[in-house]
Design a protein around this ligand. Sequence first.
Ligand SMILES: NC(=O)c1ccc[n+]([C@@H]2O[C@H](COP(=O)([O-])OP(=O)(O)OC[C@H]3O[C@@H](n4cnc5c(N)ncnc54)[C@H](OP(=O)(O)O)[C@@H]3O)[C@@H](O)[C@H]2O)c1
Length: 303
Amino acid sequence: MASDAYDELTVAVLGPGGTGGLLAALLSRAGHRVICLAGDETAQALRTDGIRVRSGQFGDFTARVEADTALREPVDACLVAVKHTSLDAALDRLPPETLGDGLVVPLLNGVEHPATLRARYRPDRVAPAVIRVESTRVAPGVIEHGSPFAEVDLAGDDVPKERLDALAQALTAAGPTTRVLADESAALWAKMSFLAPFALLTTRHGLPLGDVRTHHREELTTLVEETAAVSAACGGPADPAQALARYDAFPPQMKSSMQRDAEAGRPLELDAIGGALLRAAARHGVDVPVTARLMRELTDAGH
Ligand SMILES: NC(=O)c1ccc[n+]([C@@H]2O[C@H](COP(=O)([O-])OP(=O)(O)OC[C@H]3O[C@@H](n4cnc5c(N)ncnc54)[C@H](OP(=O)(O)O)[C@@H]3O)[C@@H](O)[C@H]2O)c1
């Protein structure tokens, strides 16, 4: 570990945006050393102004962080918080030989990126995390945390448990409640099972969740069942009724981040979510006709 003190970590954050910027600021406020890795302009803004957070849950505050365009020294962990669409380019900022024994902790949605990271970094140091939060980078170094919750599940089947526990403890003490889960596949698929139907349908129809669950109920139900079947085949949870009940409990105006990206003309994580779902279904021989049709329609629409 790069730090001597048990409770004081050195953490790099690759991609200090909505999720990464929030965690970077919270960890820094809690006394950890934080090095943000970003492009020139964002790194400069962070060095000058720090990260400004507006959060109902954690308060409004500014946190000082270090910032650079590449990792130049070992760290205890590097949180990887870019979108899938920029992952390959961003990883050039994180040389494996510099990271060494440090944990690689991706916060990305999806299920395929851990394999990409394990091909590049020490496989037994890749600790995939799932984050439940709504947090937006409104400008470089300016983060709006809108949800009244921020929760992290941390996994990594081959990662030493004490390394996961140390990071989980630091995160929880800094703000977001963090659990260490024993089963990585189950953790990633639990998120995917909820996210994929919500993201694909709200984006396809350009409607918030409330309209989707009322006007496209049958399609939503089928998509939830298809996703649950693929999840089960991959070792994840499969409880379509529970997933539907969760959608019904959310506020009707809720939008998915994929839908917000589509509205803003940004690249979508469509391949990492819908594409990965189709590939997993094909690998396990699970029939997913509604998912396949939605993916065709979204692709035909230029996404
Ligand atoms: N936001 C949420 O509420 C939320 C919730 C759950 C899961 N997730 C997942 O978390 C992941 C990250 O999403 P996000 O919303 O945090 O993304 P985001 O707000 O778009 O932030 C991404 C960050 O990556 C930076 N970046 C892009 N290309 C880079 C590169 N080549 N090198 C270094 N930095 C680069 C961006 O820099 P600039 O600031 O310079 O543009 C930005 O700061 C996604 O997989 C998303 O699905 C997000």
